[in-house]
Ligand binder design. Structure first.
Ligand code: 4AD
Ligand code: MG
Length: 477
């Protein structure tokens, strides 16, 4: 039997990431042999030499590959077009060209896959973000989405690091749920019933006892209620998972499937909760500035020339804290013609939130003590009988980035509120028992992951900060 030689050009073992070559070329050494692999961004040149910009996604920067045409088969080089995937062996050389420190002079090229220039949709010219959404399967290969996806990864990592360093435990909460306690919007139903022939009860209702779980179930809108159960045992926990809302909101800030981070802390009051939220957001933005600078610089140049300034500003200034009531007074006194008129009791719209943040205070704002009618049943009731200990963190360009509250820990008050809102008590028995047995003051909040990424990247549409967006009428890819 012949033993295959795995140490050929196909082998991963010899490959060096382009990031490493560009950042620390001295580790490889000028004049030494290297193997790089990636996708061709551009090819240009003359009749003697070709210059290939090769990118492997490890960094926003492509490396220049110099090909002496005399040493290569013409047919092979015809396959090396924009979009092709190739492996290059060559010599690492100091680059005479501006804008790059080193380049690779090719001695061998292998084409894994060509990309016919007649039909490959990602040509060199700039494409609109709208067009790129239609080719979401290929857009990770653009500089913009490479940058966004690397930043997204770094933010996810930083979130786990932040909480782990603080002694919070990561709790996995269920995605399929039997309760709609949050009231955060319409839910997606989960069923294995034959929807063309639904079983009915004697009274003509759908008979969910025959469904997979023996009851009606949905995709969760939040991990909070389960998170609270864990916080009332482990003290400080967080969740980080997908959440689903079937609201028909076609806005640049809403997704039907988004990721949420929900810390929940026993023994925290609303002030502790605000302090944590502010520290957490500043940490994450600082982390991006420290670890994603090349990508941020690229996005600033392409989309938003105030990006770095805004990120630095947020990390260096205290958030403004005021009550909902005070904010409504200010909005009413502003003389602004809002699309949605403001009065005490209305839910604030993004135009109001952004007015406060961008025009009045010119920095992030935390609003507290909202009317109980516009907030969820579990929020701690204030003595005034009309407001609850809620907190929303509002950010420039985004509006609400975090929603949270201190929780009602008093069993009697919580049950009374559940009855007022006609929430079926029998669905909530497990949640209520935490208030019956060893209840504790506690608080928590939810950070919308994509809204964080929107803010950090300076992108304008939430569809462009998640790899494969789910929005009304759109679930391709
Ligand atoms: O304010 P929300 O609805 O709060 C909750 O779900 C609480 N259970 C959180 C908690 O206290 N543990 O949502 C929290 C955050 C919002 O501030 C926003 O950033 C984001 O989630 N969010 C969305 N992001 C994208 N698309 C949507 N449709 C979103 N709805 C909310
Ligand atoms: Mg909210």
């Amino acid at each position: 039997m012949q033993i295959p030689n795995y140490k050929d050009f196909m082998s991963e073992s010899k490959r060096i990431k382009i990031l490493e070559l560009l950042k620390t070329p001295e580790k490889t050494g000028i004049g030494n042999n290297v193997t790089i692999k990636g996708w061709v961004r551009t090819k240009r040149g003359n009749k003697n030499v070709a210059f290939i910009a090769l990118n492997d996604g490890s960094t926003i920067h492509s490396i220049q590959v110099v090909v002496d045409l005399a040493n290569f088969d013409e047919e092979l080089l015809k396959l090396v077009n924009t979009g092709a995937c190739i492996s290059v062996e060559g010599t690492l050389v100091e680059s005479p060209g501006a804008g790059q420190s080193v380049e690779v002079h090719a001695t061998q090229i292998h084409v894994y896959g060509s990309a016919d220039p007649e039909v490959y949709p990602l040509q060199k010219k700039g494409h609109t973000l709208e067009f790129l959404r239609e080719i979401a399967h290929l857009r990770p290969r653009t500089n913009t989405f490479g940058a966004v996806l690397r930043i997204r990864h770094n933010m996810a990592f930083a979130i786990h690091k932040y909480f782990n360093d603080k002694g919070f435990y990561y709790i996995h909460t269920p995605i399929i749920t039997g309760s709609d306690a949050e009231g955060a919007g319409a839910m997606f139903r989960v069923t294995t019933l034959d929807i063309t022939n639904l079983p009915k009860t004697e009274t003509g209702d759908i008979d969910y006892s025959q469904d997979f779980f023996g009851k009606s179930t949905n995709l969760t809108v939040s991990g909070q209620l389960n998170g609270e159960l864990a916080a009332l045992a482990l003290s400080e926990i967080y969740t980080f998972g997908p959440t689903f809302r079937a609201e028909n909101s076609n806005t640049p800030r809403h997704l039907a499937e988004f990721w949420m981070i929900e810390p929940e802390m026993a023994f925290y009051d609303i002030t502790d909760n605000m302090d944590l939220a502010e520290d957490f957001l500043k940490y994450l933005i600082r982390y991006a500035l420290d670890n994603c600078y090349d990508d941020l610089e690229f996005l600033q140049k392409m989309y938003d020339n105030e990006l770095l300034e805004r990120l630095n500003f947020v990390t260096n200034n205290d958030f403004e804290r005021l009550t909902y009531t005070r904010a409504v007074e200010m909005l009413m006194a502003s003389g602004q013609a809002f699309e949605f008129p403001v009065s005490w009791g209305v839910d604030l719209q993004s135009e109001h939130e952004r007015y406060l943040v961008e025009k009045v205070f010119k920095k992030p704002v935390i609003l507290t003590d909202y009317p109980k009618e516009i907030k969820a049943f579990y929020m701690k009731q204030n003595e005034d009988g009309t407001t609850v200990r809620a907190m929303d963190v509002l950010f420039p360009r985004i509006g609400e980035i975090i929603g949270g509250s201190q929780r009602e820990e008093d069993y009697e008050k919580l049950v009374a509120r559940i009855h007022e809102l006609h929430i079926p008590e029998k669905d909530m028995w497990w949640y209520l028992e935490t208030r019956k047995f060893g209840t504790a003051p506690h608080a928590g909040f939810g950070l919308g992951f994509e809204r964080l990424i929107l803010f950090v990247t300076g992108m304008a549409n939430i569809r462009d900060v998640i790899p494969f967006p789910r929005t009304p009428q759109s679930a391709e890819f």
